[in-house]
Design a protein around this ligand. Structure first.
Ligand code: P6P
Length: 339
């Protein structure tokens, strides 16, 4: 047997350091980084574990969607008048139940429920969540996602929930992230100390650190926008999209926000959902779609605006308010804003 020459074993310091962090199980990673959380007393760690648990259950259901008769719409509609797919409703139940049992969350804001849900417990945290975004893609087997934001309640734990506990700006988030149910399932989140990505190993039922310290490239050559609505785009958006074409950028639009966002984080790019005739304030929801992804984007070195200011600075007036959304590589978002 030919002896392996040394060239097969050159563990530089860097590669061995990265090797050490890659592969760490999510629970161990959360525990190791708990000291970074303000008020680190374990509740936020437990909350993140509750989210991971619910995502494993949803992942199993999403992967079997074609086999069990849970495809298609249930015939009801959510607050935005959008048809609720059965998996939407199931995902909302799974996340609500996991967070309720976990006891760390006192109130839940969800795309699937008109008002916030009071979980009647001593929890210190409030969660805004889109349990299953991009659900129109479920039946055609396109990647879909969960998006979540975590806030600390402002009023004392154990007292009735106050408006100031619920109507918090994105800049008040203590954690945020998403789950992408794609060719592999990933959990990507931040607690304000950078962004880390974990890949799910279903045979072990564990998430493992696969993308430590994610950074979105400052520049990119991919733009994501639904050009079917381009006739009603604001003039500035039309001019920016024309610039992307003049620069021979690639157009990539999956029609599933989490999938488009995740690709842009890894490769560099910009996702734009502007005001259109059909959605004069944009289609995407501030509280449980844009704020979470804006926090992740900024923590990964990117940017997120509504066309005039930071997404994270937008005042909340309504749980389901919509906003135009420009998010991705810093230089691309800044260039779009110059129009
Ligand atoms: P359009 C899916 O319904 C969603 O909320 C996002 O996931 C996606 O990016 C967007 O809407 C697609 O909307 O109008 O382009 O079909």
């Amino acid at each position: 047997m030919q002896r392996l020459t040394n060239k097969h074993h050159l563990p530089s310091i860097e590669s061995s350091r990265i090797a050490q962090s890659i592969g760490m199980a999510l629970d161990r990673f959360i525990k190791n980084n708990q000291s970074q959380f303000q008020y680190a007393s374990g509740e936020l760690s437990q909350l993140l574990r509750d989210i991971a648990l619910a995502s494993k259950v949803v992942n199993r259901e999403v992967n079997k969607a074609g086999l069990i008769d849970i495809m298609g719409a249930v015939g009801s509609q959510n607050t935005g008048g959008e048809d609720q797919q059965k998996l939407d409703v199931l995902a909302n139940i799974r996340f609500s139940r996991a967070l309720e049992k976990g006891g760390e969350v006192c109130a839940l804001i969800s795309e699937e429920t008109e008002s916030f849900v009071d979980l009647n417990n001593e929890g210190k945290y409030v969660i805004a969540i889109d349990p299953l975004d991009g659900s129109s893609n479920i039946d055609v087997n396109v990647s879909i996602g969960t998006i979540f934001s975590v806030y600390r309640r402002k009023s004392p734990a154990g007292t009735p929930i106050q408006p100031q506990d619920i109507l918090q700006k994105g800049s008040e988030q203590v954690a945020a992230g998403y789950v992408l149910y794609g060719s592999s399932t990933m959990l990507v989140y931040t607690t304000g100390h950078g962004v880390n990505g974990f890949t799910y190993e279903p045979t072990l039922g564990e998430y493992f650190l696969s993308h430590p310290s994610m950074r979105i490239p400052d520049e990119g050559k991919i733009y994501s926008i639904n050009e079917g609505s381009s006739n009603s785009f604001p003039k500035a958006v039309k001019e920016y999209i024309q610039l992307c074409k003049d620069k021979n950028y690639t157009a990539r639009y999956i029609g599933s926000l989490v999938a488009d966002f995740h690709r842009n984080i890894l490769k560099g790019g910009i996702y734009v959902y502007p005001a259109t005739a059909k959605n004069p304030n944009g289609k995407l929801r501030l509280m449980y779609e844009c704020n979470a992804l804006a926090f992740v984007a900024e923590q990964a070195g990117g940017a997120a605006t509504d066309g005039s200011g930071r997404i994270l600075d937008i005042q909340i007036n309504d749980l389901h308010q919509r906003t135009p959304f420009y998010v991705g590589s810093k230089n691309m978002v800044e260039q779009a804003m110059r129009f």
